[in-house]
Design a protein around this ligand. Structure first.
Ligand SMILES: C[S@@+](CC[C@H](N)C(=O)[O-])C[C@H]1O[C@@H](n2cnc3c(N)ncnc32)[C@H](O)[C@@H]1O
Length: 458
């Protein structure tokens, strides 16, 4: 039996990273035995999890359980110290489900690509806290659900990981997957673009780019992926980028790659002058460059905060080519919004209890009822968004709902229900009329056209 030195250091074997030379031999044998046991355990776990999801899918089609949501991922309590990852996985799981159900009615083949798969800082021997586990489980259950509705779809997954040790674990996992075609590749994402394009073929693709920093996915190199008909979800590591952008000449080339533009700095400074706000300027620059490079109709982003501080950690950015995708993105943002509030309030509350050491006296304190940072941000966005839409209607006279939504929903924390409410409110005050609508309609649809009668906010 042979095992490599790097295997020994992998945290999932439960062996400390630093091993003294004299006990290496014994530990090597022990680790290898444990590793072999783990492979069959992972296979069994996968089968059990799959079996559970099959039961869940059956239940889902009964009246009693149809409104209950079943998630492949763990609760946030099991992501202690990395709640931001929990929220990222929460978003991925919910959004992926919507994408697959939407495209399942039109497409016969779907490919999921995870360009930066990990495992990375996983605390779970069965990888329940990794994006590759969550995505594969979700895709497997979605395929089953679609099949039940008479829609046969061929789903395959490609997982890419640069680091050798992480790749070994990833490979073990992909080999244990049943019922889905899954492949793992050891390499750098941006060097594998032709292989990825080849693997996707003519299927609909969903590419998840989840790096640890801002390198490894240069805009120029990933352009062929951005030009596909599918969707791309990028984890934009804002906090890191903000700390390093424009600081040294050394990092300048890496930002040139990120933005795919030699003149990014002049453009950034210009945006800074116009927006005044560094965060908005960085996001606007990257969104504009994505739009230009991939010919996208819209770019939408949503924020994940540092769980313990009142500042942005990263953004999940979605690049899409149809309005349905944008609507779904904001629907999932609503769920994320609630979840993020809950996680942050719960962390704050626990911290207060710990600091005061008087849990019983504390009760459901102000922390739980006071609006959180995201709630405050949404209030500001809503006030701003309503004024923006009023201006747009005032100058355009006539607009279709498609035209309104494809612009309004690009702004974070503005949802379709908000746009509907504003329009119904203005219609009730005779500022506008809603063409092609009946009095019973409670939500607006693509067929509706908004016509100005008199200036809003007169
Ligand atoms: C943030 S972690 C991803 C975590 C994973 N997506 C999840 O949510 O569970 C980034 C992973 O990408 C790997 N990585 C870093 N640079 C890479 C590159 N250029 N190509 C492929 N993988 C890379 C790292 O080793 C790490 O495992």
């Amino acid at each position: 039996m042979r095992t490599t030195r790097t295997d020994l250091g992998a945290p999932r074997h439960g062996i400390p990273r630093r091993i003294r030379p004299f006990n290496c031999g014994i530990l090597a044998q022990w680790a290898n035995l444990k590793r072999l046991n783990n492979i069959s355990r992972i296979q069994n776990k996968w089968r059990r999890a799959n079996c559970k999801l099959k039961i869940i899918n059956k239940l889902r089609h009964t009246d009693r359980y149809q409104n209950i949501e079943f998630l492949a991922m763990r609760s946030f309590k099991e992501y202690e110290g990395r709640e931001q990852t929990y929220l990222k996985h929460f978003f991925l799981e919910h959004y992926l489900e919507r994408v697959i159900y939407n495209i399942g009615s039109k497409w016969k083949a779907f490919t999921y690509i995870d360009g930066f798969s990990g495992p990375w800082k996983s605390d779970d021997v069965d990888y329940h806290d990794t994006s590759f586990f969550i995505a594969s489980q979700k895709l497997s259950s979605a395929a089953e659900g679609l099949r039940k509705n008479g829609k046969e779809i061929n789903i395959k997954c490609l997982f890419i990981e640069k680091t050798r040790t992480a790749f070994e674990s990833l490979k073990e996992y992909t080999e244990s997957i049943d019922g889905l075609e899954a492949t793992a590749i050891n390499g750098r994402f941006e060097n594998l673009i032709p292989d990825i394009i080849n693997y996707i073929g003519s299927s609909f693709s969903f590419v998840f780019i989840d790096p640890t920093g801002w390198t490894g996915f240069s805009l120029e190199k990933i352009q062929p992926i951005l030009r596909l008909r599918g969707e791309v979800l990028i984890n934009f590591m804002y906090d890191h980028i903000n700390r390093f952008i424009g600081t040294t000449d050394l990092s300048e080339k890496s930002f040139e790659d990120l933005f795919g533009d030699k003149k990014w700095k002049a453009r950034f400074e210009n945006l800074l002058r116009n927006h005044g706000d560094r965060e908005n300027a960085i996001l606007k620059l990257y969104s504009d460059r994505l739009k230009e490079t991939g010919n996208y109709k819209y770019i939408a982003f949503t924020k994940i905060l540092n769980p313990k501080k009142d500042r942005s950690y990263f953004y999940l950015i979605n690049c899409g080519k149809n309005l349905k995708g944008l609507l779904e993105f904001r629907e999932v943002e609503q769920k994320l919004f609630e979840e993020q509030n809950l996680v942050r309030k719960s962390l704050k509350h626990s911290k207060q209890i710990e600091e005061s050491k008087q849990s019983e006296l504390f009760g459901p304190s102000e922390t739980l009822t006071k609006p959180g940072l995201m709630e405050e941000e949404r209030k500001v966005q809503l006030a701003w968004g309503k004024a923006w839409l009023a201006d747009l209607i005032n100058i355009s006279n006539t607009l279709t709902m498609d035209q309104i939504l494809s612009q309004a929903l690009e702004f974070p924390l503005i949802w379709k229900k908000d746009v509907d409410n504003w329009i119904f409110d203005w219609a009730s005050k005779n500022h506008i009329s809603i063409q092609n609508s009946t009095p019973r309609e409670k939500t607006l649809k693509a067929k509706h056209t908004i016509k100005k009668i008199k200036n809003i906010n007169d």
